[in-house]
Structures are given as C-alpha cells and as structure tokens.
Design a protein around this ligand. Structure first.
Ligand code: NAG
Ligand code: NAG
Ligand code: NAG
Ligand code: NAG
Ligand code: NAG
Ligand code: NAG
Length: 346
C-alpha cells in the first residue's frame, strides 16, 4: 500500500484543481461527419451561405465546386455546381454580394505547387435562378493575375466590397483586385507573408481575414498568425508594421475563421497535425478536436461557421484526407466535410 506523503498530497490538490478547470471546458469537441469524397480528393475552400448551404471547392484531382444542402440534418445531400476543364484547382470561394460568389482558380503542377500566372479571380453568379438552383449559374474568369503564384484566399475590402484582397502564398504578397474595372495591382507586401526557406514547398501567406481593424493571416509553415493594422480602404495606415498574433506549436497552419457569432476567437485548421486549434483573444491556443495519428480530422484545410439559427456554434471543417501529410506517414482517405460543435469550448 502506498504511504502518504506531502508531495502526494500536493499532487492530489493540483489534480483536483485541474479537474475543476477541465470541467469548465468539454474537450475534445464532438465531430459529426457530413460528407466524404472518394480517394484522392482534396477540399480546400468552404463558404456557408445564409440559407445554411455549404459551398465547397476542390483542388485535387480536379477543380470542382459543390453545394452541400441540409448540413444540419441527418441526411445532407451534395450536388456538383461545376467541374472545370480550364483550371485544375479552386482554392477559395466567398459570397461578395447576395448570390454572387468570387473564387480563386488556377493550375497546379502537382498537389500544393501552383503554376505561376495561371491563377485568377473568377465569378460564380447564381442570380439566374435567384440563388435557388445551383445548376442555373454563370461562371467566368474576371481577372487573371499574370504576376501571381499560388493564390489561396480572398477577402473583400471593407469600404469597397467589389475590390478583393487575394493572398499569394508563393510571392508573399496580397494582391488588390478590382472586379468591376477587372484589373489588379499590388495591395500589401510584408516580410511576414513570405515563405520560410526551410518549408517543404514555397508556401507562405495562406488565409486572410479582416477583423477589428486588422488584417490577419496565417503563414503556414511558420504555424503563425500574423496581423497588421488596416483601414477600411484595405491599406495599412502609414507606418503600420506587422506583428505576431500567435505562434502555434503546430506543423502547418492552414485556413481559419473567426467565431462563433463573428466573435474574436480564431479557429484554424492545423493541417499536418490533423487537428483543429482555437486561439482566444488573449493568445491562448488550444487543440480542441482531432488526434494526430487518427483519421477523424485527417488533414484539415479550412473552417467556416454555421449561419442558420441554432447552428451558429457549429464550425464546419473541410479536409484533404491527409493526401499531403498522410496519417502515420502512409494512411490517407478521401477529403471530407465535418461539423464540430464548439459549445463545449466556452
Ligand atoms: C473530379 O473529382 C471528383 C471527386 O474526386 C470526381 O467525383 C469527379 O468524377 C471528377 N471529375 C472529373 C471530370 O474528373
Ligand atoms: C490548366 O491546365 C489545363 C490542362 O493542362 C490547360 O488546358 C489550361 O489551359 C490551363 N489553364 C491555365 C489558366 O493555364
Ligand atoms: C427572381 O426573383 C424575382 C423577384 O422576386 C422574380 O421576379 C423572378 O421571376 C425570379 N426569377 C426566377 C428565375 O425565379
Ligand atoms: C434547375 O435548373 C435545371 C437546368 O436548367 C433544371 O433542369 C431543373 O429542373 C431546375 N431545378 C429546379 C428545382 O428548378
Ligand atoms: C490561458 O489559459 C490558461 C489556462 O486556462 C490561463 O491560466 C491563462 O490566463 C490564459 N491566458 C494566457 C494569456 O495565457
Ligand atoms: C497510427 O499508429 C498508431 C500507433 O501504432 C495507431 O494506434 C493508430 O491507429 C494508427 N493510425 C491509423 C490511422 O492507422
């Protein structure tokens, strides 16, 4: 029988206090599968419409845009909006005005390697059927970024939503694309947008979001969220410098969202860890779902919060099935869409 010691007593006290702390949060957060594609499918873009439909995009084995309906129900359905011949990857999609989407498309030489000059900003217009019939849409490329590398995310300029900021992971810049005049120029260039020389691929700045007067971005291999002050015209004020918002102990941070309910917590897909990370405004990073050597969240690439009443605490997470960083070095699956209830985090 173990003898009583004071150090044992202290241990017990700290165990009790950590149990009390743990009861505040309920982790890991529960994961519900919505839809899984066949191998090899890599999903890279997700957007939630106000009617609750998810629009998802793929970058492998081809460029496709799908709509998922009924994501909150027991029987979600998926339908193809469009599969492309002209491009091989759709990396991100955003609804910029009701029923009008802008997305980024281009070619890759292999998964994760964008071909210079092939990426552009495209438009998906669902207004021909008032946004209610996905097969009645028009699609066109609006602006080709001839100087661009692998373009991966987009955000609207606050005071001019027809102008978009587009992240270029290869060149480490943000382009500024005028979708009406159909031209582009350099928007923001910052040293913290560049890829680190030790990265396995030339991939720096990834996702971008404007929030509370800052442009936030993930620099994937650095596993860091950076930010810089930004004005409503989409430019940093004179003298603004970028700063580390949070460096996470992870291998490759992919895309992220703020939420729930437009809140200030960042939910970022830790792709090579096969985990979801929540970063609170005080800078605490917590691994909230997924296990690195298991398939439940194999290779997450992006996140988006539910918008329907009763679904706003749900973060939808898309995956690449571990195609780039297989689980245990060898195990992959088809990319999938899952729903994670964040209620237990708060
Ligand atoms: C594109 O990829 C999807 C998902 O893997 C597959 O179902 C579909 O058949 C592919 N389409 C073409 C035209 O190759
Ligand atoms: C992308 O690759 C396809 C197939 O090789 C080619 O037909 C198409 O022209 C390319 N698109 C661009 C934008 O270069
Ligand atoms: C779209 O909505 C408008 C206004 O409500 C209506 O006049 C029009 O018939 C609708 N078009 C279609 C294709 O449903
Ligand atoms: C949607 O549009 C397609 C193609 O025009 C048509 O065949 C189909 O019946 C429409 N679906 C609905 C529900 O209106
Ligand atoms: C982070 O979380 C820990 C434990 O929940 C807490 O003690 C701490 O105050 C939080 N904030 C920071 C900035 O570490
Ligand atoms: C990965 O390896 C660990 C340790 O052997 C094992 O427990 C786990 O089930 C493996 N994961 C997969 C997806 O095979």
């Amino acid at each position: 029988m173990a003898s009583f010691t004071w150090s044992g007593f202290l241990c017990l006290v700290s165990l009790i206090s950590s149990l009390i702390q743990a009861s505040h949060q309920s982790l890991p957060l529960p994961i519900r599968d919505i839809y899984q594609f066949s191998i090899p499918t890599y999903i890279e873009g997700v957007y939630v419409r106000s009617n609750g439909d998810l629009i998802v995009t793929t970058v492998w084995p081809n460029a496709s845009i799908y709509a998922v309906c009924g994501a909150t129900t027991d029987a979600p359905t998926i339908s193809l909006i469009h599969a492309f011949d002209e491009i091989g990857a759709v990396t991100a999609i955003l609804e910029t005005q009701p029923d009008v989407f802008h997305f980024i498309g281009g070619n890759q030489s292999s998964l994760g390697f964008g071909i210079h000059g092939t990426y552009g900003v495209w438009e998906l217009d669902l207004r021909p059927a008032n946004g209610t019939n996905y097969t009645k849409s028009t699609i066109q490329e609006l602006v080709r970024i001839n100087d661009g590398g692998f373009l991966v995310a987009l955000e609207t300029v606050p005071d001019t939503p027809t102008t978009l900021l587009v992240s270029d992971s290869t060149n480490g810049v943000v382009w500024r694309v005028d979708t009406l005049a159909r031209n582009y120029k350099l928007g923001i260039q910052d040293v913290n947008m560049a890829y680190p020389p030790w990265g396995a691929t030339p991939f720096g700045i990834d996702d971008i979001h404007i929030k509370n007067g800052y442009l936030y971005w993930s620099n994937s291999y650095e596993a860091t969220i950076y930010r810089i002050a930004i004005t409503d015209n989409g430019y940093p004020p004179a003298g603004a410098v970028s700063e580390v918002f949070k460096a996470v102990r992870a291998l490759f941070l992919d895309k992220f969202s703020f939420g729930p309910n437009d809140g200030d917590t960042i939910w970022v897909a830790a792709n090579a860890n096969s985990q979801l990370v929540a970063i609170t405004p005080d800078g605490n990073a917590t691994f909230v779902a997924g296990v690195s050597d298991q398939m439940m969240l194999a290779g997450p690439t992006g996140t988006a919060f539910g918008k329907l009443k009763g679904d706003t605490n749900t973060v939808y997470v898309i995956t690449g099935g571990g195609l780039v960083s297989p689980i245990n070095g060898t195990v992959i699956e088809g990319g999938k869409i899952v729903a994670i209830d964040t209620t237990g985090f708060f």
